[in-house]
Write a protein that binds this ligand. Structure first.
Ligand SMILES: Cc1ncc(COP(=O)(O)O)c(C=O)c1O
Length: 391
């Protein structure tokens, strides 16, 4: 087995493709099923949708929002910035919502219940939707990790009064999010300004670089696959020190300057040219192949073993005993294994949520994205078996 290889051929976009997408007509009307019968507002980042919701629903400082304890931090920060009181509810170690715990935390100031569908797997929402209707509380679905994914009743993101999406997680785009609304609300001011050129250029360069690198089979790198766009190509994550309460990256905290920005023209062009059906099928195929290859390995635990019909997996989460060692070994073999949401929003108190803390600190995720071939997945399986034997 070669020590390192380019793991993500065809990853990224060529300069010609970027220019072609930039030149497509400006209007964006995606006929994606998760947008059907909803008002769609495109934004520069997914998190902007959360501030728009606060404005639209006339949220007041001190109003309360219930958010899941297992969170990135960047989706929660806009609510804190807006002046809401953010109250976390329990997510268990299998990523399930503790509905009883959630229910106990509702007060007469609760205005929003926020639900995040993890890695493409839908939460059942009937009970929560009922609670919301009875108590006159808005339901928001965070679909940032669930693009093109479905539950038993159809696409994820059609139940909540509001839903937010973030395209960067699934597609090779520099920016882009969407807020979708159940009702045809009238927003006074919608984002309409193009993002600053420098911001988009900075995010687009890695996409092009990745194309160059992956076209040239000879350059060994540890590729970044999860988001397509990454800038830590040279540093092994496992070289970072383990911190009990690591801060999240500075740019996860909300900054007002992005509020007026809509999705960039380049990203809009790339979205128009994306094929949801193809992406859905490829990711499912990759997930199943990887799962079937490693399911028998003793010292790893799959967090989401079953792939229900309709689910479009974002990536492949695992639990292992020594996550840093695993990352180091797999990175050395050219596989972008990484921790997930390891930083903590410092404005929240995590003490009551040991399971969420544990997930943030211990989870290892592997890529299953649409540009990986069967051969890539097989290489990943062989590598994981090797690491499992050596640990
Ligand atoms: C679950 C979740 N929701 C929302 C967001 C925010 O997305 P964006 O970076 O597009 O604002 C993130 C970002 O990582 C996320 O993980």
């Amino acid at each position: 087995m070669k020590r390192k290889r380019i793991f993500f051929r065809n990853n990224g976009l060529s300069p010609v493709e970027i220019i072609r997408h930039r030149l497509l007509p400006e209007d964006l009307h995606l006929k994606w099923p998760q947008f059907e019968n909803r008002k769609v507002i495109y934004t520069h980042l997914g998190r902007i949708g959360n501030v728009l919701l606060c404005k639209l629903w006339n949220i007041q400082a001190g109003d309360e929002i219930l958010v899941p304890s297992y969170n990135c931090g960047s989706e929660v920060d806009p609510f804190i910035w807006f002046g809401m009181k953010v109250v976390m509810y329990r997510i268990d170690d299998r990523l399930k919502i503790d509905v009883e715990d959630l229910y106990q935390r509702i007060t007469n100031k609760t205005r929003i219940i926020y639900v995040t569908h993890y890695f493409g797997w839908p939460h059942p929402l009937e009970d929560i939707k009922k609670i919301c209707s009875n108590k006159n509380i808005y339901l928001v679905e965070d679909c940032a990790l669930s693009l093109f994914s479905n539950g038993p009743d159809g696409p994820i993101g059609l139940v909540g009064d509001g839903a937010i999406h973030s395209f960067k997680k699934t597609l090779p785009v520099a920016d882009g999010g969407a807020l979708t609304l159940l009702s045809n609300y009238d927003l006074n001011s919608q984002p309409g300004t193009q993002p600053a050129f420098g911001v988009i250029a900075k995010e687009t360069i890695p996409i092009i670089l990745r194309w160059f690198i992956s076209s040239s089979q000879s350059i060994p790198i540890v590729s970044d696959s999860l988001f397509y766009v990454g800038n830590n190509l040279s540093k092994f994550e496992s070289d970072l020190p383990f911190l009990e309460n690591l801060d999240m990256p500075k740019d996860y905290y909300f900054s007002e300057h992005v509020m007026a920005w809509t999705i960039s023209r380049i990203s809009a062009g790339i979205l128009k040219s994306s094929d949801p059906h193809k992406i859905f099928n490829c990711k499912r195929k990759n997930f199943k192949r990887l799962r079937d290859g490693i399911i028998e390995i003793n010292n790893i635990k799959l967090l989401l073993e079953n792939l229900p019909e309709g689910v479009c997996p974002l990536l492949f989460p695992l639990k292992v005993s020594d996550v840093f060692k695993w990352i180091r070994e797999l990175n050395t073999m050219g596989i972008k294994a990484t921790r997930w949401w390891e930083g903590f929003n410092q404005k929240l108190n995590w003490d009551d949520f040991p399971e969420a803390k544990n997930l943030k600190q211990k989870l290892l995720v592997l890529p299953v994205h649409q540009d990986l071939s069967d051969e890539d997945i097989d290489y990943m399986v062989t590598s994981i078996k090797r690491v499992a034997k050596s640990i």
